[in-house]
Design a protein around this ligand. Structure first.
Ligand code: MCN
Length: 795
């Protein structure tokens, strides 16, 4: 056996998560639990107006309040605070307004920080914040996305436009079917043209632990603890924006209670905490309230999507044209401008469309800034195309799965270069769909649906289909460079064999609920042949793990895991000559398997733990060999990877009340090799609930003045376990060919696939009543109105 062949006792095993012990027994330290000597507390004064000029700020009453140390306005820190970074200018002429952490003379969304109170306790800081008297001169606010795109009201009058960037892709020569316009023109004469508009409502990433930050400026280094997904990126940007040497900044992401993309951000609160801690020379802490989180943490989605699809009468698609408007909110956030661009490569989904055109206009408005939310661009694309494939099925009178099969890439056609220019390395849509159909009892449910329709049952049954693929494992650095992204997509790992035979693993990924400590232990246990319990995974601290690009885009396993494999393989190769020396054998005669080097053809061998101890002692090493097995690797993926799946949903719709009840949900995903089935099941379940919530419940709603009216969990209807049903989850396995473990990401899969499955089911339930579309979320009121309008129209 070579170093790259490992036995697999751990990979594929249901291991309970190592990290859960401390998480569920209250033994972890969340950022907000930190208390440092002399620590001060921050409270933010936030604008109640969506767009206003700040004409005066009177801080005297707040300054005089008990135990208040300072009250700081934007003007007070204007020279120090810098502008929040945008790492992804999607075009060279992107319009990017400056984004001071504390507004200086104008606010551009309700919730923007206008002053910061520093006090000896959090309660005193909050009380004093109430005493800050701000005079505003209200300005007209750009709130409606379509109107904002017309520049009728300007979100930032100085810029002269709300249009930030126009990003266009055209398959042109890459497509096999000529131009999209030709395909559409032809279909208008002898085929089918479908034109549809879909609304991706605004969503709020509602992580369990609110954002929290502590900064300690008193040591040699300035240390920031933050409930962030991106400690490494944060350290780099704090240093770059504030002009502090990077080596003097340490960022620690302790256990972090969820992120869902919402903590893939450098926030005003982190920047101002850094500035004030340095200015005051004391540790400071800020933890947002839930209301602050909803109003000022970044939001997700918020697009208008216009699609034009051309097809032959037999259901073969000949072209797809996509025109998007994407609401950036008031500022261009860290990667928010690029979110729709990630979707650009996914509208063609699992299909062999021959011609494709995509254009996205990003637009500034006076609402909370938007950025990544679980799936980031890919759920939007999947929703639109999967809704449209259902419409095509109706138009040509085919079963929705059959029309998909007619257009999808067949198993024997992989690897396949898509019309959007990606190379899908592996997949088997036939197998996943067959398994999902079998689990679902597709034919029996269709029969029941027919019966209910025939009998005019007030509770109708709908069956929703969604197939999906996604590009995850962000990302090959060269591709990111070609998209003008400001960083690479590699990942780093260190593997240290300790003299006791235990293994210390350092990863640049930064888990915030995904269970990396467990899954990565499984990988190393198999690779090095050590016990699962003997592996410790360290992460989330730039001092301990100085190199890394963190966790998002379902990248950690496929990029970070591969870096681990490569580092572990280096450990084996470093151990090999030492083992040979100890065994008095030739290096070439050694095999390594199950944690032991053995001399081929004999029963002589030595365990890797013993080699580690001998290396530590260094009494008897071969000449010229360094006394260390420690190894590191930085891995840059050669391609994205492309998980896929088929999701089927049965929904009951009460046509008299509009209520939607999920009856059955099954999915068969293909994520290649599975490291830990238990973790994967959890990821799929969580993802499904988030996608279903977009379909049925969640929406960030603003009133006409730009106030977020869904600013608490009373109005922002986040589901609980009681709102969902038991999901049936299974997998097919088409290993990825671009990493050694054959894995594909799973962190976003459930969210991407489930939204269209559910909406397709709801529409399917009432289509025979004359309803062909529903706006998300499909609330009882919306469904009831649609059914009644259709009835009215039919009379
Ligand atoms: N895994 C596996 N086998 C596979 C694929 C994954 O065992 N074939 C395991 C991995 O080892 C890892 C977990 O599943 O423990 C997720 O892996 P991966 O798909 O690589 O995703 P990341 O770890 O990079 O996590 C990011 C992803 C994203 S983008 C969002 S958003 C999201 C998600 O993960 N946010 C989450 N899942 C979340 N889960 C929790 N609890 N909280 C969040 O905020």
């Amino acid at each position: 056996m070579t170093a790259t062949q490992e036995t697999r006792a751990e990979i594929g095993r249901d291991r309970r998560r190592k990290e859960d012990q401390r998480l569920i027994t209250g033994r972890t330290r969340w950022t907000d639990n930190l208390t440092l000597p002399g620590m001060l507390h921050l409270a933010m004064v936030r604008s109640p107006f969506a767009h206003a000029r700040i004409t005066a700020i009177d801080t005297s009453a707040a300054t005089a309040a008990p135990n208040v140390v300072a009250v700081v306005t934007g003007a007070d820190v204007a020279d120090e605070q810098g502008s929040l970074p945008n790492a992804w200018a999607i075009t060279t002429d992107q319009v990017t307004p400056p984004h001071p952490p504390v507004a200086v003379d104008r606010v551009a969304f309700a919730g923007e920080i206008v002053a910061v109170v520093v006090a000896r306790s959090a309660a005193e800081a909050r009380d004093a914040a109430e005493l800050v008297d701000v005079d505003y001169e209200e300005l007209p606010a750009a709130l409606d996305l379509k109107e904002a795109a017309q520049d009728t009201v300007l979100a930032h009058p100085d810029l002269g436009t709300n249009k930030s960037a126009l990003w266009v892709f055209d398959s042109g020569e890459a497509g096999t079917g000529g131009s999209v316009e030709e395909a559409i023109a032809k279909a208008r004469t002898d085929g089918i043209v479908l034109e549809r508009e879909y609304r991706q409502q605004r969503l709020i990433p509602a992580f369990m632990e609110p954002r929290s930050v502590v900064v300690d400026p008193t040591g040699e280094q300035i240390t920031m603890w933050s409930a962030t997904q991106i400690p490494h990126i944060l350290r780099f940007l704090l240093a770059a924006v504030l002009g502090i040497p990077e080596s003097k900044v340490r960022v620690i992401a302790p256990d972090v209670g969820g992120g869902f993309g919402g903590k893939l951000q450098t926030t005003p609160e982190e920047f101002i905490a850094m500035v004030l801690a340095r200015r005051l020379g004391k540790p400071v802490k800020y933890t947002e309230t839930r209301s602050e989180s909803l109003v000022s943490g970044h939001h997700g989605r918020d697009q208008w999507q216009k699609l034009t699809l051309s097809a032959e009468r037999d259901g073969t698609v000949t072209g797809l044209k996509v025109e998007l408007l994407a609401d950036l909110g008031a500022y261009v956030s860290l990667v928010g401008g690029g979110v729709p661009v990630l979707g650009a490569f996914m509208f063609n989904a699992i299909y062999k469309f021959p011609a494709y055109h995509f254009a996205c206009q990003t637009v500034l408005t006076n609402k909370t800034w938007t950025d990544a939310y679980r799936g980031a661009g890919r759920p939007e694309a999947t929703f639109a195309i999967e809704r449209l494939m259902d419409e095509l099925a109706v138009e040509v009178g085919m079963d929705p799965l059959a029309v998909r099969e007619k257009n999808w890439i067949r198993h024997d056609e992989f690897p396949f270069t898509t019309v959007a220019g990606l190379e899908y390395d592996s997949g088997n849509y036939e197998a996943a769909t067959a398994r999902a159909k079998e689990m679902f009892g597709y034919d029996a449910l269709r029969a029941e649906q027919a019966e209910r329709r025939a009998s005019g049952d007030p509770v109708q049954l709908g069956i929703g289909v969604s197939t999906f693929t996604e590009m995850c494992g962000l990302a090959p650095s060269r591709v990111l460079g070609s998209l003008n992204y400001g960083a690479g997509g590699w990942e780093h790992a260190t593997v240290r064999m300790l003299p006791t035979g235990k293994v210390e693993v350092v990863t640049g990924t930064s888990a915030h609920g995904q269970g990396h400590e467990t899954a990565f232990s499984q990988i190393i246990a198999d690779r090095l042949g050590v016990a699962f319990e003997d592996v410790e995974v360290l992460h989330g601290d730039t001092q301990i793990a100085p190199k890394g690009l963190d966790t998002y885009g379902s990248r950690s396993l496929v990029v970070g895991g591969e870096a681990l494999v490569k580092a572990a393989d280096k450990v084996i190769e470093k151990a090999r000559p030492i083992a040979a020396h100890l065994l008095e054998a030739s290096v070439d005669d050694l095999d390594f398997a199950g944690g032991r080097f053995t001399v081929r053809g004999t029963d002589q061998g030595v365990g890797i733990g013993d080699v580690a101890l001998a290396t530590f002692a260094a009494h008897n090493l071969p000449d010229g060999v360094e006394p260390s097995l420690d190894s590191e690797a930085t891995y840059d993926p050669v391609n994205f990877n492309f998980p896929h799946g088929t999701h089927l949903c049965a929904a009951e719709v009460d046509t008299e009340t509009g209520e939607v009840r999920l009856r059955k949900y099954v999915c068969c995903d293909d994520i290649g090799t599975i490291i830990n089935p238990l973790i994967v099941e959890g990821q799929v379940h969580g993802g499904l609930v988030q996608g279903i919530a977009q379909a049925l419940w969640e929406e960030a709603v603003y009133d006409d003045s730009g106030t977020l009216v869904s600013g608490s969990f009373v109005d922002y209807t986040l589901p609980s376990a009681a709102d969902t049903i038991s999901f049936e989850v299974d997998h097919t396995t088409s290993p990825a060919t671009t990493n050694s473990l054959g894995t594909k990401g799973v962190g976003e899969a459930g969210t991407i696939a489930s939204t269209p499955a559910v909406v397709n089911a709801v529409v399917d339930a009432v289509r025979h009543l004359g309803v062909s579309d529903l706006t998300m979320p499909c609330t009882p009121e919306r469904v009831w109105r649609a059914v009644n309008q259709a009835k009215g129209a039919g009379q």
